[in-house]
Design a protein around this ligand. Structure first.
Ligand code: GLN
Length: 490
């Protein structure tokens, strides 16, 4: 039976259209979002900070613009949740860490400026694994986020709060960051669309760094159109980010409807190795056959270097983390222990000992080890060499194919607490997402099915700056499969 969607269920496209036409006011819609947050947030815990008052005030400003007939931005009125490692001026940005529990940035990240200049409304800052280190949100200092599809299970991570908020209707779209899968993993586990852009497409200015040679900010949404819309807003060159690529901003919504006839899809056999759950493999193959029905041509391919991707990723990510997180010493800002008259080096160590959680400390220590004299060649340099091999393997297979397809996650969402005490087992979950970060290539996760009511995501990877192609394939698949209308039972 068809029913009218409730206001918090509207897509970003519908929200902007209804606000423009005067059918809906931004205040009505934002009030419905706030009501939805009140209804479910104590069970899901998507947010570190909910910005009720600011959001309502901005909604009022946008309604005023509508009444005056001013030009309205591409995201006018849309409630956006922002991961809490992206700086928001005057609003606490914690990285879900005790270290930054009270940190209030004096500036906005470029992506936040872009959202605001297109009249989006930031509804809150979302929970994440501490400093984005994890795949479940369980390492958050503020406690875990729950999966809206099954509250006893993890929502994925590290952008778990962003994914859960969008999936459950507490926000219409969200920003996440992806160093080794942190957008795609929770998108897959919460049955939404999440895209990690090509390295350099989206400015990282104002993103609190974990491993900067790997990470990108990216869009998360309940459908591909909204994901494309959000990417169109945040993409493009930024002189404030030295790794930003000199590319013109693009409207990714305009190419969604193109054909995928003859699209050549390579299916890496390594993505279906022994770690991949058979039920996941079955759902993903079904999705790949669906793409064939829609006109794509699929063929298996091998990328032998993928075997080493996980090891290389963790050495590089931890090494960069050990250097990036050196700045948090509690002196100018950040967590600071009570002054007991100790010397400065004791104070430094105590601030870091108590300001960081165990997973962050583990990674700083391992990263420092990998970079230290005598081990640098053995670990870090070797990992960089593997990274080059992986990029070459991708380059080679993407000469033969337009995109690569496989599962996003090797296993379905698991129980909270199930793996958190076994770091290696948790790291293994990232095996299919880290290759795209090592190569710097764009990758998207889209809902493709369910196993006993738990979401399964399909991952598509493309060559540099082929986001339009990935989004078009995703959009066509979504249209044929019709999964986005299925929402969690919460
Ligand atoms: N789970 C991976 C890690 O812990 C990826 C995290 C991320 O993408 N931020 O490093």
């Amino acid at each position: 039976m068809n029913r009218m969607p409730r206001l918090h269920e509207l897509t970003a496209k519908e929200v902007t259209e209804s606000i423009r036409s005067g059918e809906l006011t931004a205040r009505e819609y934002i009030s419905a979002i706030i009501e939805r947050i009140r209804e479910v947030e104590d069970r899901i815990d998507s947010f570190v900070t909910v910005m009720e008052d600011e959001a309502l005030k901005r909604a009022g400003d946008i309604d005023y613009k509508v009444r005056k007939g001013d030009r309205l931005g591409r995201l006018c009125g849309v409630a956006v949740a922002v991961k809490d490692n992206i700086c928001t001026k005057g609003i606490r940005t914690t990285c879900s860490s005790r270290m930054l529990e009270n940190f209030i940035p004096p500036y906005n990240a470029t992506v936040v400026e872009k959202l605001l200049s297109e009249d989006a409304i930031i509804i809150g800052k979302t929970n994440m694994d501490e400093f984005a280190m994890g795949s479940t949100t369980e390492t958050s200092y503020f406690g875990p986020t729950k999966n809206p599809w099954d509250l006893t299970r993890v929502p994925g991570g590290s952008s778990g709060g962003s994914a859960a908020s969008v999936s459950s209707g507490e926000a219409t779209v969200a920003l996440g960051s992806d160093t080794g899968g942190s957008i795609r993993c929770p998108a897959s586990y919460c049955s939404i669309v999440g895209l990690k852009p090509t390295y350099g497409l989206v400015s990282r200015y104002g993103l609190i760094a974990y491993a900067n040679s790997l990470e990108q900010i990216g869009p998360m949404a309940r459908n591909t159109y909204d994901c494309a819309l959000l990417l169109s807003v945040i993409g493009g060159y930024d002189p404030k980010d030295s790794t930003s690529a000199k590319v013109e901003p693009k409207d990714y919504t305009s190419s969604l409807n193109g054909p995928i006839d003859g699209l050549r899809i390579g299916v890496p056999e390594e993505f279906f190795g022994e770690g991949t759950d058979e039920r996941v493999a079955r759902e993903v193959w079904r999705a790949i056959h669906k793409l064939e029905d829609l006109g794509a041509v699929c063929e298996e391919v091998s990328l032998p270097s993928l075997e080493f991707a996980l090891a290389a990723y963790y050495i590089i990510a931890m090494s960069e983390a050990s250097s990036n997180l050196a700045r948090f010493d509690g002196v100018r800002y950040g967590y600071r222990v009570e002054d007991d008259g100790s010397d400065w080096s004791t104070v430094y160590s105590k601030n870091r000992r108590f300001g960081f959680g165990p997973e962050v400390r583990r990674r700083i220590i391992l990263g420092t080890y990998a970079l230290s004299a005598g081990y640098y060649d053995q670990y870090y340099l070797k990992a960089l060499r593997i990274r080059t091999l992986i990029r070459r393997d991708f380059e080679k297979s993407l000469r033969e194919f337009d995109i690569l397809a496989g599962p996003t996650m090797p296993i379905p969402p698991f129980k909270l607490g199930e793996k958190i005490h076994d770091p290696l087992e948790l790291y293994m979950c990232d095996i299919l997402t880290v290759p795209a970060n090592l190569a710097g290539y764009p990758a998207i996760s889209i809902p493709c099915g369910f196993i006993d009511g738990l979401p399964v995501g399909l991952q598509l990877i493309g060559g540099p700056f082929t986001e339009d192609l990935l989004l078009r394939a995703a959009y066509t698949f979504e249209g044929a499969k019709g999964l986005t209308s299925i929402r969690p039972p919460i």
